[in-house]
Design a protein around this ligand. Sequence first.
Ligand SMILES: Cc1cc2nc3c(=O)[nH]c(=O)nc-3n(C[C@H](O)[C@H](O)[C@H](O)COP(=O)(O)O)c2cc1C
Length: 196
Amino acid sequence: MHVFLGITGASGAPYAARLLEALAAADCEIGICASRAGIEVLATELFADPALPRDETLARLLEHASGAARVYDPEDWSAPYASGSAKVDAYVICPCSMGTVGTIASGAMSNLVHRAASVALKEERRLVLMPRETPLSAIHLRNMLTLREAGATILFLAPGFYHGAETVENLVDFVVARALDLLGLEHALARRWGQS
Ligand SMILES: Cc1cc2nc3c(=O)[nH]c(=O)nc-3n(C[C@H](O)[C@H](O)[C@H](O)COP(=O)(O)O)c2cc1C
């Protein structure tokens, strides 16, 4: 399966790292694009250094992908994800900032993450957006409804606690498991309801 992973500047870098690891474990071909704010959040939340340079941040992130992912610049319009003619099975933005939600909902495309999402919608392909913000304004809620109505799936970064999570990793896996389910990928990250 060929998957685009967009990483933007919402809190939730551990979800992105775990999702990348799971996509690589599932033998996906992965293309990654991180916005400038996305890099800052990765550097802050995964490596405790908001000033870590872009290349170093991405190199450390890619350690989660066992070499299966390729990184694209936010302004790389020659990337396959910039066109509907490239064969891509699914697009995920994790984490997805309200800035990116608003831009995609408006139809604007100022970087490769926005463009890839827009391509997914126009080509009627699977697009999973994983936003995080709280509380939500009426503008945020309207933008998410617009995107849902246009065909995107909104998978909010809101883990459940009913499966007896004991660690932060369990909570991260809870959400990543739902993303993998939406992509149709097998996994054993979280116990399913009704299973002992
Ligand atoms: C450490 C950090 C955490 C942030 N957390 C959030 C968040 O949880 N949700 C959100 O919508 N924006 C958050 N922001 C603000 C966005 O990064 C900012 O609006 C940015 O312009 C989004 O740009 P992008 O969508 O191109 O990544 C955060 C920024 C930083 C630096």
